[in-house]
Ligand binder design. Structure first.
Ligand code: 5RP
Length: 219
């Protein structure tokens, strides 16, 4: 099975978690895009969606799915999104698509976070995928120096401006043995908006697609 087929499998499976008339949280990236396309097939069942990026909002609207601001709807019953890496504890690295801050906000405001990914994303230790960090532009050099002190190799993502008007630093070479602590420590650096570790609020359900079908990991 190709990664694309595996992503399609879990995108379809995530639809099963939705209930009538919900406004749902929708993530960003190629797996989330497949989910949005599946959502289009059952759009009469939901009231609409809150998107974690401008790109996802546009895709939802192109399918005729109503997009709400988070402020309009309050807490959400469910959030569906992909990941760049996950452990079996459902701690994630996200932000490969530079949408990590809005993703973290929508995940925080959701009762249940369903993470969908192909099974190549499952790792023993996070950090092989460079950890994305959204930074306020004027702080980028300062933040980079602090990240070096934490043992990382920070690289500014060339030409990328986030939906919030900020920059992304990708931190290479970190073996993240304690994701909760690392998430907290990096977020304490002045100038960091947030980092791509989703450990304090990880996924509630992880659906992994692969040759054996779908593997479900949940608490
Ligand atoms: C975007 C993300 C995505 O969820 C992550 O990059 C996974 O993307 P894909 O589904 O394309 O593999 O965090 O900011």
């Amino acid at each position: 099975m190709t990664p694309e087929q595996a992503k399609q499998l879990v995108a379809e499976a995530a639809i099963e978690y939705l209930e009538w008339d919900w406004v749902i949280g929708v993530g960003t990236g190629s797996t989330a895009n497949l989910f949005i396309d599946e959502l289009a097939k059952i759009k009469g069942r939901i009231e609409g969606a809150v998107a974690s990026s401008e790109a996802s909002a546009e895709r939802l609207q192109s399918h005729g799915i109503k997009v709400f601001e988070l402020d309009q709807v309050g807490d959400l019953p469910i959030y569906v999104d992909g990941a760049d890496e996950s452990t079996k504890h459902r701690h994630l690295v996200k932000g490969g698509g530079a949408a990590l801050t809005r993703e973290k906000i929508v995940a925080a405001a959701s009762d249940k976070f369903i993470c969908i990914a192909d099974d190549s994303k499952l790792v023993d230790v996070l950090g092989a995928f460079p950890l994305p960090i959204e930074v306020i532009p004027m702080a980028k050099s300062y933040v980079a120096r602090q990240l070096v002190k934490l043992g990382g190799n920070p690289v500014l993502r060339d030409g990328v401006v986030t939906d919030n008007g900020n920059m992304i630093i990708d931190v290479h070479g970190m073996k993240i043995e304690n994701p909760v602590e690392t998430e907290r420590n990096i977020n304490q650096i002045a100038g960091v908006v947030t980092n791509g570790l989703f450990a304090q609020r990880g996924a509630d359900v992880l659906l992994l697609g692969g040759d054996d079908g779908i593997t479900k990991i949940e608490s």
